[in-house]
Design a protein around this ligand. Structure first.
Ligand code: GLU
Length: 278
């Protein structure tokens, strides 16, 4: 009798767990169909930067993340799922974006993320939506004018953990020291406090910093191409196809250009039309 009660208890527990799990929609990640779920919920959950002016920056006044990528993600959501659909934004950094996507916390990453062969082993990318290039930000009047100077002078260059910029600069300027910070806000603070002579990442991001910090300038042109793609988990072909179709439609109907112009037309020295090429 005791044994029977124990077995009954076990069966009931298992049943409860199954009911709770299915109520929460917990399917193994590999079996999820992101597009189908998002269509049902009329919502897409995007991972965006919150430390990157022009692309995705948290406005502490209203607690909203604002930028080119946030507007593009909103337009894509409506194009993909209808005018009444909602774009939800979750803050990511260069190092948290990949694990958050792989864990199913977000449906896609639109966060200054370069499409690289290394990353393509783990995730798929949409078509390029922004063509950036890696560059340097220095204090005006700095002796470092380009990446060669950085190498010759064995300077310290600041970068962010999880960005490919830190690996790229180590290859191009092997004699420079690379100091990695957690995010771009901290990297800029480190540059201002003299912990390094230059900060390296993509030109668009650096121009965003120079707008805010007029004592600093982008220098030396670009030394690595950085095409941004929207990262999507593997085996989510329908979602990827839908993103790509929507991107093409937004380019064709002028919406993409409107968003691009809104964020970049005031940024002196930045050739944003070049960045818009496919
Ligand atoms: N685009 C580069 C990357 O994907 C640098 C910008 C970033 O840290 O997000 O790593």
């Amino acid at each position: 009798m005791k044994k029977f009660i124990r077995i009954l208890g076990l069966v009931l527990t298992l049943l409860t767990l199954t009911v709770v799990a299915s109520a929460c929609g917990h399917k193994p990640l590999s079996q999820r169909n992101v597009l189908q779920t998002d269509r049902q919920d009329k919502t897409i959950t995007w991972g965006v930067k919150a430390d990157t002016r022009l692309f995705g920056l948290l406005d502490t006044k209203d607690n909203q993340i604002k930028g080119f990528e946030v507007d593009l993600a909103t337009a894509l959501t409506k194009q993909m799922l209808g005018k009444d659909a909602k774009a939800k934004f979750i803050q990511v950094t260069s190092s948290t974006r990949m694990p958050m996507l792989k864990n199913g916390n977000i449906d896609a990453i639109i966060a200054t993320m370069t499409n690289t062969p290394e990353r393509r082993k783990q995730v798929d990318f949409s078509k390029t939506y922004f063509f950036a290039g890696q560059s340097l930000l220095v204090k005006k009047g700095s002796r470092i004018k380009n990446v060669k100077d950085l190498n010759k002078q064995k300077g310290t260059v600041l970068g962010v953990v999880g960005s490919d910029s830190v690996q790229n600069v180590a290859k191009v300027a092997p004699d420079a020291k690379v100091l990695q910070l957690t995010d771009y806000a901290q990297a800029m603070t480190a540059l201002k406090s003299g912990q390094g002579q230059a900060l390296t990442t993509d030109n668009g991001i650096l121009y965003g910093m120079s707008v805010q910090n007029p004592g600093y300038e982008v220098t030396g042109g670009t030394f690595v191409s950085e095409p941004y793609g929207i990262a999507i988990d593997k085996n989510q072909e329908p979602f990827k196809a839908s993103v790509n179709k929507a991107l093409t439609q937004l380019r064709e109907n002028g919406e993409y250009d409107k968003i691009l112009h809104k964020w970049f037309h005031n940024v002196k020295g930045f050739d944003y039309k070049e960045a818009a090429k496919e």
